[in-house]
Design a protein around this ligand. Structure first.
Ligand SMILES: Nc1ncnc2c1ncn2[C@@H]1O[C@H](COP(=O)(O)OP(=O)(O)OP(=O)(O)O)[C@@H](O)[C@H]1O
Ligand SMILES: [Mg+2]
Length: 240
């Protein structure tokens, strides 16, 4: 579960996120959409505790991320838009490192499971510096599931993934959500959002301009395509 209460982030002159109030329940896949520079990454970074809000608060899995960061972070999996990986570790070593960081007991079988799931098993002993972009993305995705998080925060999950991996991630997200995981994801891939999100929020210039079930949001347009609703709502000075 995720809750933001009057969440604000200002950078010097600009308000990147303006008074955001969201409540996302257990088992939801929430799609956070918006044009470039709308405030998606800033919001996700506040939810992870990486950025301190200018005002307001964020509650993740029952813990205030600023007041109880350690407890909250135990329950969070985070996939940044530009993940940092240690190039001189092997894929296997990176997953072991991530498991240790989160004190996962007996991580071996889980590591093996994600390496196989993402078809990285044959590259497990290769250095990460030799991995392709998509392979790195899959490694980070596997790492973020190792400690059985209750909430996953993911900034553009599918960038760089091939069609088979996209299908795999969709299934992983759907299965995990039906098991009670809450997924908060930003994406520009509107088909993906329409396909797997239970609810959608659209942010524009820091303001939440639409919020509803995917069905509700899609039905705001005339074509049944989320893309049309998105483009219409994010036009300057425009309303449906
Ligand atoms: N560290 C920073 N210092 C100053 N301004 C920032 C900083 N980080 C973000 N911003 C500004 O905040 C606004 C929101 O940026 P943010 O990265 O959250 O957008 P986004 O919705 O993730 O965009 P994109 O789709 O391009 O990833 C932008 O105007 C950006 O320039
Ligand atoms: Mg971003």
């Amino acid at each position: 579960m995720i809750k933001t209460i009057n969440l604000v982030k200002k950078f010097d002159r600009i308000t990147a996120v303006n008074n955001l109030n969201l409540e996302i329940g257990k088992g939801e896949i929430f799609g956070f959409l918006g044009p470039n520079g709308a405030g998606k990454t800033t919001t996700i970074k506040m939810l992870t505790g990486l950025l301190k809000p200018t005002e307001g608060k964020a509650i993740v899995s029952g813990f205030d991320i600023q007041e109880d960061p350690i407890e909250a972070k135990k329950l969070i999996g985070y996939i940044p838009d530009q993940p940092f990986l240690y190039p001189k570790l092997t894929g296997m070593e990176f997953l072991q490192f991530a498991a240790n960081l989160y004190r996962v007991e007996d991580p071996g079988p889980k590591i093996d499971r994600y390496l196989r799931m993402f078809e990285l098993i044959q590259y497990r002993d290769d250095l990460i510096e030799s991995y392709s972009h998509g392979m790195c993305q899959k490694l980070v995705m596997g790492a973020c599931f190792l400690h059985d998080p209750k909430v996953i925060l993911v900034d553009e999950p599918m960038v760089g993934l091939d069609p088979k991996s996209i299908r795999l991630v969709k299934e992983l997200f759907r299965d995990s959500a039906s098991g009670g995981l809450t997924i908060f994801m930003s994406t520009h891939t509107l088909d993906l959002a329409q396909d797997i999100c239970t609810r959608i929020g659209i942010i524009n210039n820091g303001n939440l301009i639409a919020l509803g079930t995917t069905k509700e949001i899609v039905s705001m347009g005339r074509t049944g395509e989320l893309e049309d609703v998105f483009l219409q709502l994010t036009k300057p000075n425009s309303q449906l």
